[in-house]
Design a protein around this ligand. Structure first.
Ligand SMILES: CC(C)(COP(=O)(O)OP(=O)(O)OC[C@H]1O[C@@H](n2cnc3c(N)ncnc32)[C@H](O)[C@@H]1OP(=O)(O)O)[C@@H](O)C(=O)NCCC(=O)NCCS
Length: 330
């Protein structure tokens, strides 16, 4: 278990953004493509519709731009761009490089992270590490265009997945910042439960993923809360990976956290992999669901099988941006 972060230089989220492609595929639309029913999908997953289309770079740029605008951060001020994705537009280069160019980030490192649906939380934790080491501003984007690796005629997988992007800007502050505790996890022995070969589509053992996901989410969240020195009762808002409402519900039950504390967008988006946690975060923050001092628990899981969690103390008015010591300063 990681120790509680003690850095004298911390990070706060100062902006966020979301992007969904225009084209919507409803459960009813899927009825003509496979042997399924709208009501079955709603009952077994909580999903009503998903978005398809767009590119990983295009959606990332849209969400990233919105986050930078909200934070009031100029393109020259971003030291690093982390793009969590399982569906990069090309094998080489990293899609983060395309996004960095599209956003006009002139003095910025850029790299992709593939930790499947846990990817954005992996990126969030790594961004805190970069800031502790001297970065001033880090843009963390989670994007997936899963329609490119989903067989929409296969009822075992085609009902679940969609496209989207979410982003957050992290800025350096004097003092410990928002992060209280974190956990990164991987269960490589379960990799065959969910995978896609190069050029192939997602293959999944649904029941096996479900069973492992509930335990992984609860264990990872517990490790992060222990690392933060807080308990389930202290958590005001949970931002979980949006795979299946029954997985979220069962894992929160294990954690003894009421489902009402969770941000849920999967009814509108389906499972958007690396985008799902930042999309659910943006939705909750836009709705004013986080107040100053609230504890937010992020918890992701996915292929790998991977898991990642983080606990932050929300502080919307943090204005102590140091503005000093950027790694890419000329
Ligand atoms: C895929 C998933 C929704 C299937 O739900 P389930 O309750 O496990 O369903 P089962 O596979 O046990 O199938 C139950 C029945 O529904 C049927 N069924 C399966 N998919 C169906 C569909 N899309 N529409 C209608 N019926 C379906 C099955 O054939 C089975 O019928 P039977 O009882 O006559 O044999 C569920 O296993 C799941 O969400 N797993 C986790 C997947 C996930 O989140 N992956 C991403 C992780 S990041």
């Amino acid at each position: 278990m990681p120790a509680t972060p003690t850095t004298a230089r911390g990070a706060v989220i100062t902006g966020w953004g979301a992007a969904l492609p225009d084209e919507v595929v409803t459960n009813v639309d899927l009825e003509s493509k496979m042997d399924t029913e709208d009501q079955w999908i709603r009952d077994r997953t909580g999903i009503v519709q998903r978005h398809v289309g767009g590119t990983t770079a295009g959606l990332s740029a849209e969400a990233g731009r919105a986050a930078l605008d909200m934070a009031g951060v100029g393109p020259a001020d971003v030291d690093a761009l982390i793009l969590a994705t399982t569906t990069p537009d090309r094998a080489v280069p990293a899609t983060a490089s395309t996004v960095q160019h599209e956003l006009g980030l002139t003095s910025c490192g850029a790299f992709d992270v593939n930790a499947a649906c846990s990817g954005w939380v992996y990126g969030l934790v790594n961004a805190h590490g970069l800031i502790a080491m001297g970065a001033r501003t880090v843009l963390v984007i989670g994007t997936d265009t899963l329609d490119r690796i989903t067989d929409y005629t296969d009822r075992g997988t085609g009902i679940l997945f969609g496209n989207g992007s979410g982003a957050a800007v992290l800025e350096a502050v004097d003092g410990p910042g928002q992060l209280l505790g974190w956990d990164l996890d991987s269960l490589g022995e379960a990799e065959s439960a969910l995978y896609a070969e190069h050029g192939g589509v997602l293959q999944m053992e649904g029941r096996e993923v479900f069973r492992r996901a509930v335990r992984l989410m609860a264990d990872s969240a517990t490790h992060a809360m222990n690392s933060a020195g807080v308990t389930a009762d202290d958590i005001a808002l949970v931002v979980p990976h949006q795979a299946n409402i029954r997985i979220i519900s069962a894992s929160l039950e294990r954690l003894d956290i009421p489902l009402e504390k969770a941000s849920i967008v999967l009814d509108r988006t389906g499972n958007t992999s690396a985008a799902s946690v930042p999309l659910a975060l943006a939705d909750a923050l836009d709705a004013g669901r986080a107040s100053d001092g609230d504890l937010i628990l992020f918890v992701g899981f996915g292929a790998g099988m991977s898991a990642a969690s983080a606990v932050i103390r929300w502080s919307p008015d943090a204005q102590e941006y140091t503005g000093a010591g950027g790694a890419n300063d000329d």
